[in-house]
Design a binder for this molecule. Structure first.
Ligand code: CIR
Length: 253
């Protein structure tokens, strides 16, 4: 069960953030509405939400997931792989210290974005991507192993971040899209398969009794409901425009 979630309001500069998509410039007011609905959904899931104010200096800083990897026992401050985002960690560290005594760090030349890290029970899967390099992944693997967890490094072929295409729903069940559907590292898990056209919905989050999914993906929603999960659908258009998904908008622990 998650007890806490950290989120950060997007600033006006959000519309100038990083993106590889060609979906257009986000509408700031709609992004704020969608963010507010996200916070409301988390509250419905029964977590206490720490809501940080916007920081205009960092357009992508609403995607707080990339700044840390968190378990109930420890937190790891990452070293985000894009230079324009790297200093987002400065504001996050004191916040995490309120919750965690044990704080580890990823150090240069290692880089790591939290979006590249998926925890499945006592096992961390760590993607190597455009943002997370081999050195950063190895550092995180050593950290989690020193804390009694397992770590597996997964070089990505296509996805932006590891969690762009995979989510864990507990009970050894993962949601998988694209390169993760047949991936040997995830062969031992039960799977809900997401089709190529519904790929964006693979980035969903289990928060206690609900799976939060982007709205408009009826096949994924039906598969989740058939598997016994209650779902909350959220409109995510303005975050998708900046390559962001549901997991990216929060740190959950
Ligand atoms: C970026 O390029 O860093 C942001 N526009 C999107 C980050 C998405 N974060 C995530 O998947 N964890």
């Amino acid at each position: 069960m998650y007890k806490h979630v950290i989120v950060k309001t997007p600033g006006r500069s959000y519309v100038n953030g990083l993106t590889t998509s060609d979906l257009g410039t986000p509408d700031y007011d709609i992004a704020l509405e969608q963010h507010a609905a996200y916070v409301e959904a988390l509250e419905k899931c029964g977590v206490e939400v720490t809501h940080l104010p916007a920081n205009e200096e960092f357009p992508d800083s609403t995607f707080v997931e990339d700044t840390a990897v968190i378990t109930p026992e420890f937190a790891v401050i990452t070293n985000p792989g894009d230079a324009t985002r790297n200093k987002e960690i400065v504001e996050m560290e004191p916040v995490l210290k309120e919750f965690h005594e044990t704080i580890h760090h990823i150090h240069a030349p290692g880089t790591l974005d939290g979006g590249d890290v998926l925890q499945v029970n006592d096992h961390f899967y760590i993607g190597i991507s455009e943002r997370t390099n081999e050195e950063g992944a190895q550092q995180l693997k050593r950290i989690v192993e020193s804390e009694g967890y397992k770590g597996t490094i997964v070089p990505l072929k296509e996805f932006f971040h590891l969690k762009t295409g995979i989510a864990y729903l507990g009970d050894d069940l993962i949601v998988a899209a694209g390169e993760f559907i047949e991936h040997p590292d995830f062969a031992q898990y039960k799977k809900i398969i997401v089709s190529a056209e519904d790929e964006y919905s693979a980035n969903c989050i289990l928060v206690n009794d609900y799976v939060i999914i982007p709205s408009g993906y009826d096949q994924t929603k039906s598969k989740l409901n058939e598997a016994g999960y209650k779902t909350i659908e959220l409109e995510m258009s303005e975050f998708r425009k900046q390559d962001g998904g549901l997991s990216c908008l929060s740190l959950r622990f």
